[in-house]
Design a binder for this molecule. Structure first.
Ligand SMILES: [Zn+2]
Length: 355
């Protein structure tokens, strides 16, 4: 989503948006705005920043077999980002927000929450040591059906099937009449994107059926070893919980919530919460909608999350709001191609950068 627009900043911004390829407009603007020297100008209006990460993965990524789109940062980039955040913001958790509300206090004016979606094991092996060293809290949204399980997420299964296939091309009836060429990484990426879009557009059952048939179609062996060690296990969750990491719900099977019936909606939200609470002893306050952009959320999903006892829900809409809807809180995406200056500029000047 686009945050409420700013004042005269757009004129100044346009000046910096001159065509100097290959940097994107945002990257060019961030070269100026992301300078540490401008940090004191930041945030005249206090607004909660929520960073959205998925995976922290060390390079090289050239032969990455899974969904590379959800690599958020290298360990080095993540560490630099966290050092910046520690210096310029008050890093809190959802429990801190809840406490403020109970005590009738406003949220801290420089509040920032670090979140991770899905529950990949690299959150434990690569992100957690950095967070612990810097004494920063974070919230990890867990897909409980995958905790400690040797089972790929459906988007990783799709990416794996195409990326490891030796076929020169493939016909996928669901994705149209034309065969997909698979000779280059770019061609594979195009096929993966088409399969991901299709999977998000159909019912949960159709999506499961489609993903289950892909390995055979692509002549790929997808046994359980492929997913070994890919997801956090409950011992690791408990260790992080003791060290100050907060856990939130992200469903049991990661369906698109607008594509499931009422019974499954309750299972995906309430069972997920109960399981995390039982395993950690923590009160689970927050939920992250799977693939939670505005188009894919619906009132029923939101009502289901609220009825299951969550107190906050984060979306995948890009933005920062001064008074966010507590069941559709926007976040700031972090992705692997983002420079540190763009990261800084997004945080310090979201009104300028995220229009
Ligand atoms: Zn997710």
């Amino acid at each position: 989503m686009t945050p409420r627009s700013h004042d005269g900043g757009s004129e100044a911004l346009r000046f910096f948006l001159m065509p100097v390829p290959p940097l994107s407009k945002r990257e060019r603007a961030s070269r100026l705005l992301g300078q540490p020297v401008l940090a004191p100008l930041r945030g005249r209006r206090a607004a909660l920043r929520i960073l959205a990460y998925h995976r922290i993965v060390a390079p090289p990524w050239d032969d990455f077999r899974f969904d590379e789109q959800i690599i958020s940062a290298t360990p080095e980039a993540f560490e630099a980002q966290m050092r910046f955040v520690a210096k310029n913001f008050e890093v809190v958790g959802f429990a801190d927000l809840e406490k403020c509300e109970i005590e009738g206090k406003p949220w801290p004016s420089r509040a920032l929450i670090v979140t991770f979606d899905d529950g990949y094991r690299d959150n434990y092996t690569l992100a957690w040591p950095i967070l612990r060293e810097l004494k920063l809290p974070a919230t990890i949204f867990l897909t409980t059906g995958h905790i400690g399980a040797q089972k790929l997420f459906w988007w990783d299964a799709i990416a794996f099937a195409f990326n490891t296939s030796d076929l020169p091309s493939v016909e996928v009836p669901e994705l149209g009449q034309e065969p997909f060429p698979l000779a280059t990484p770019a061609q594979k990426r195009a096929a993966i994107d088409a399969a991901l879009s299709y999977s998000k557009s159909v019912s949960d059952a159709q999506r499961r059926d489609f993903v289950a048939r892909l390995p055979a179609l692509l002549e790929v062996n997808l046994d359980e070893n492929v997913a070994r060690g890919m997801h956090i296990n409950w011992d690791e969750v408990r260790e992080m919980a003791r060290g100050g990491v907060e856990f939130g719900g992200h469903t049991v099977t990661h369906p698109i919530l607008s594509r499931v019936d009422a019974e499954q909606l309750e299972f995906e939200t309430a069972h997920c919460k109960a399981e995390i609470e039982r395993e950690t002893g923590q009160n689970v306050l927050a939920f992250a909608y799977p693939a939670g952009t505005r188009q894919r959320r619906d009132p029923a999903a939101r009502a289901g999350v609220e009825a299951s006892g969550y107190r906050f829900a984060v979306a995948y809409d890009q933005g920062v709001e001064q008074h966010p809807d507590r069941f559709a809180m926007p976040r700031l995406h972090v992705d692997r191609d983002q420079s540190l200056s763009l990261f800084r500029a997004n945080l310090l000047f979201p009104g300028l950068m995220l229009r």
